[in-house]
Design a protein around this ligand. Structure first.
Ligand SMILES: [Zn+2]
Length: 549
């Protein structure tokens, strides 16, 4: 599917962008929007269920609700008497949930002996957001939604303003170091800030269009956003190429901005923030006054320490493409990855779930979308993440909106995340179990990918290859992995482009690691050796906190 799937969508986007950029919101308006959503979260949930599920005959949730003997009136009554979270738990108990693999369309839904075929596309939000606002029904199905959805961006923008206020970086000069389309994080952050009336001065991108295939439509879309922004009075910066190994360019911008303004904000992936800080130290720069807003992967103690050594501050965000923003860094954190759960955007409960390929169980996060702009309709959808949820009073401004639940120690168990690029396991598994043995010999048991943090806090991927396999040229193995990634889809191709720059992947000649039961987990996630000493077997897989983009 194209970035602008058809002409109608293209024109809707074009006109929408004009209004989006012209109608910026103030901090007070941002606060009002979030407070209202918090007050109406149960109502928002019921409206989404009524129209997006019961009002949509193809909804994959309908057969589950039918099997559970649950109708709209039952859900209304439950929400009224028990509240939203208890309702979600009751629905989970009655079989109304979707596993990660089902949500991705990789496995059919099987409940009570019934098999319900499902595709990932079936979970798309079938209606445009305004459909949920009008009081009478109708058939205003959106058809195809654009990948850069302005309504959804506008819905999430207020939270960034609130977070910036809590971290003391509202209206400071800012830059983003994020890729261009098809990675949406760069465009999204530029547009979020434009909507809040704070356009970043600089857009550094580690990728340019010639690095990715197919490039033309994405180049066109990026160019359009810049041109339209300028036409409508928003001076959207043009992306400047700053490769992963050129972090010093960003460090120098920060240093210069700190000299003139005393503060600055840089939004990037956490590993790139670490690179900026390492470069700053190498050039003898002090970054006191700089704030990094980071996502993409782990805000681990080693990474946060590398950032704070320069005098800079960082705060994490937790964004899931399908659901929207899930968490935002606390202003008075108790851990390096302490986030406020954004209860106006999602409902979140936990449920015990088995890690594929192991006998380990974790309390997975089950997500429910509450905003009508959500790209997917999610009702108790098992995410790839698990972690700690706790209610705690922190005293930071974010709790005054009712965000009293904190998330921390968020770990992912199916994906590898490095340099801010997430690669769903199954694509990599195919390379490890099929492509490499076919080309270099050995069996699927001889190859394993391990994610670990090196001494500097960078996430590295090690390709473990059994010493039994005779390989003359290890670089050829890395090259084969990169080539195979390039062939297996846009997301994997992006990972390839980032990883090859960062030299993220390295070969280690050792036997792959086996779990207690003897089953091989092709993707083994390990902690830094010193920190994993004496920890439970669970920690072997719980390598990092993950903030997905
Ligand atoms: Zn807080």
């Amino acid at each position: 599917m194209g970035i602008f799937a058809d002409m109608k969508m293209y024109w809707r986007f074009a006109w929408g962008l004009r209004s989006f950029l012209r109608h910026t919101i103030s901090l007070e308006e941002a606060k009002e929007i979030v407070r209202r959503r918090m007050a109406e979260r149960e109502k928002n949930f019921l409206r989404l269920v009524e129209r997006g599920i019961f009002g949509y005959p193809r909804s994959p949730y309908l057969p589950l609700l039918k099997l559970a003997g649950c109708e709209m009136g039952d859900i209304q009554n439950m929400v009224r008497s028990k509240g939203l979270e208890e309702t979600l738990r009751a629905l989970r108990g009655a079989g109304v949930y979707i596993t990660f693999e089902e949500f991705k369309g990789r496995e059919p839904i099987v409940r009570q002996g019934r098999v319900i075929p499902v595709r990932a596309h079936d979970f798309d939000n079938p209606y445009l957001s305004h459909y949920y606002q009008v009081e009478t029904g109708g058939t205003t199905a959106a058809g195809t939604r654009v990948e850069v959805d302005l309504d959804h961006l506008a819905a999430l923008a207020p939270i960034y303003a609130l977070a910036d206020e809590a971290h003391g970086v509202l209206n400071v000069p800012q830059a983003v170091w994020l890729g261009i389309l098809p990675a949406s994080s760069g465009v999204n952050h530029i547009l979020w800030y434009a909507h809040n009336g704070q356009i970043p001065q600089k857009w550094f991108s580690p990728i340019v269009s010639r690095d990715i295939r197919p490039a033309f439509k994405y180049r066109l879309a990026t160019g359009y956003i810049i041109a339209a922004g300028r036409l409508f009075g928003a001076s959207v910066p043009r992306p400047e190429l700053v490769r992963t190994d050129q972090a010093a360019v960003v460090a120098r911008w920060a240093n210069k901005t700190l000299e003139s303004h005393g503060s600055c904000l840089i939004t990037t992936f956490v590993s790139k923030a670490v690179r900026v800080c390492v470069a700053a130290q190498e050039e003898g720069m002090d970054l006191t006054g700089a704030t990094f807003r980071v996502g993409g992967e782990a805000s681990t103690p080693a990474k946060v320490a590398a950032i704070t050594r320069t005098g800079a501050h960082s705060y994490p965000m937790y964004h899931l493409t399908e659901a929207g923003l899930v968490g935002m860094g606390c202003g008075r954190p108790v851990a390096c990855n302490d986030l406020h759960l954004l209860k106006d955007v999602v409902g979140l409960i936990q449920h015990s779930c088995q890690v594929p390929g192991t006998d380990i169980t974790v309390d997975a996060f089950l997500l429910t979308t509450l905003l009508p702009t959500a790209p997917k309709i999610m009702l108790n959808v098992e995410s790839d993440d698990y972690g700690v949820i706790e209610t705690r009073s922190c005293g930071c401004p974010l709790e005054t909106y009712g965000f009293t639940e904190h998330l921390r120690e968020i770990h992912s168990f199916r994906k590898l995340t490095s340099e801010g690029v997430t690669l769903v396991g199954s694509e990599m598994v195919k390379i490890l179990e099929e492509v490499l043995p076919a080309k270099f010999g050995g069996s699927p048991l001889d190859y394993q990918l391990m994610e670990e943090e090196d001494e500097q806090g960078f996430t590295r991927l090690s390709l473990l290859i059994s010493p039994k396999v005779q390989i003359g040229d290890e670089a050829a193995v890395v090259e084969t992995v990169m080539e195979a990634l390039g062939r297996s889809g846009v997301a994997a191709d992006l990972a390839r482009a980032h990883w090859s720059q960062a030299k993220t992947l390295r070969v280690k000649r050792m036997e792959p690691i086996w779990t207690a039961r003897g089953k091989l987990m092709p993707l083994h996630l390990a902690r830094h050796p010193e920190r994993s000493a004496g920890t439970s077997k669970e920690l072997k897989i719980a390598s990092r906190n993950k903030l997905t983009h």
